[in-house]
Design a protein around this ligand. Structure first.
Ligand code: NAD
Length: 312
């Protein structure tokens, strides 16, 4: 990583997190934002966070906070921000038109070999990169919030993306301490959100149908499935949960799984009376004012920090 430059375009929540992750790997990071003053505010925020992390002995990477921060700069001019970069991580608003034009502009300022990477959560690579001329160097690197503690990155290729670009992104993410996975072809929702939405849908239906309370369905995840899912995935879980492994599991549970799955209801509307009722129930547990929400977010990040330490 010595001396190599990564440009982060868009310095909101995710742009700042990416910057911290890349700094921890020893990369020089140049931040650009099209809102005047926003990139330099991001630097001040990153400085505060990096120093707090050092204090808490949770700073990632081999370099001290001061050394990491010396690699960081903010820029109000896009071409200046892109100068010398080998990798560009886009983190602007989740709006297709904004991303398309950002990548078009970025491509005008960089050489052929520079990798163009998007943080999009929900947009498809063929749409995001549709105005880029050379799409063989485009990839989505979808992080999970907060990326500093939740290390997964979904790498999603454009149909034209070269395998070497996927490999390069994979190596970069690994090097900076993230946990990349390869999505082999573009699909709506990638993998994480498809699984997440399947879980949300069934939790919603169970509460809506009066089977379980909001409090208890969240405990089913946090005290049950989540306990193992922090360390082993659903396929390994099947493999370990029958004496002779996966095939044995299927022999025992295949029919039961299919019976239960065939009883699932339709896609929830997520509105109307059910939404009002579920909202009321969660707000009784956690009021939706900024004070309570911030306290719970703080708690979440503290707990994730502890879990990240444990996983290491
Ligand atoms: P945000 O609103 O916090 O930040 C967006 C930033 O982009 C702002 O600072 C804005 O000024 C800047 N911006 C907007 N248009 C720009 C342009 N044309 N050029 C340069 N800068 C521009 O948003 P966020 O939560 O950081 O999300 C950024 C991206 O990351 C989105 O695509 C989002 O889907 C994705 N993402 C977000 C999360 C999350 O949990 N927040 C998780 C994974 C991926």
């Amino acid at each position: 990583s010595k001396g190599k430059i990564i440009t982060v375009v868009g310095s909101g929540l995710i742009g700042r997190s990416w910057a911290m992750v890349f700094l921890s790997g020893g990369y020089k990071v140049k931040i650009y934002d099209n809102q005047p003053g926003q990139a330099s505010r991001a630097i001040a925020e990153i400085k505060k966070q990096v120093e707090e992390l050092q204090e808490a002995q949770m700073l990632r990477g081999k370099l001290s906070a001061a050394n990491q921060l010396s690699l960081l700069s903010s820029h109000e001019d896009l071409s200046e921000a892109l100068e010398g970069a080998f990798f560009v991580q886009e983190c602007v608003f989740e709006e297709l038109e904004a991303k398309k034009s950002v990548f078009q502009a970025v491509e005008n300022h960089v050489g052929e070999g520079v990798v163009l990477s998007s943080s999009t959560s929900c947009l498809m690579p063929s749409n995001v990169f549709s105005l880029v001329q050379n799409r063989t160097r485009c990839i989505i690197s979808h992080p999970v919030n907060p990326p500093y503690y939740v290390r997964l990155v979904e790498l999603v290729p454009h149909p034209e993306t070269l395998p070497v670009v996927m490999d390069m992104a994979y190596e970069l993410m690994t090097e900076v301490g993230q946990a990349p996975v390869r999505i082999l072809k573009e699909i709506d929702g990638f993998a994480l959100n498809r699984v997440q939405y399947a879980i949300i849908a069934e939790c919603w239906r169970l509460v809506k149908d009066g089977v379980i309370s909001v409090k208890d369905i969240d405990l089913v995840m946090s005290e049950g499935l989540g306990m193992r899912y922090a360390f082993i995935g659903p396929i390994e879980t099947m493999h370990l949960n029958a004496p002779e492994g996966l095939e044995d599991y299927l022999k025992r549970y295949r029919e039961g799984m299919r019976r239960v799955l065939s009883s699932f209801g339709p896609i929830p509307e997520f509105d109307g009376e059910a939404a009002a009722r579920i909202n009321k129930e969660i707000c009784e547990l956690i009021p939706n004012d900024q004070e309570h929400l911030s306290a719970r977010r703080e708690r979440r990040d503290q707990l994730l920090m502890g879990l990240a330490k444990l996983k290491k």
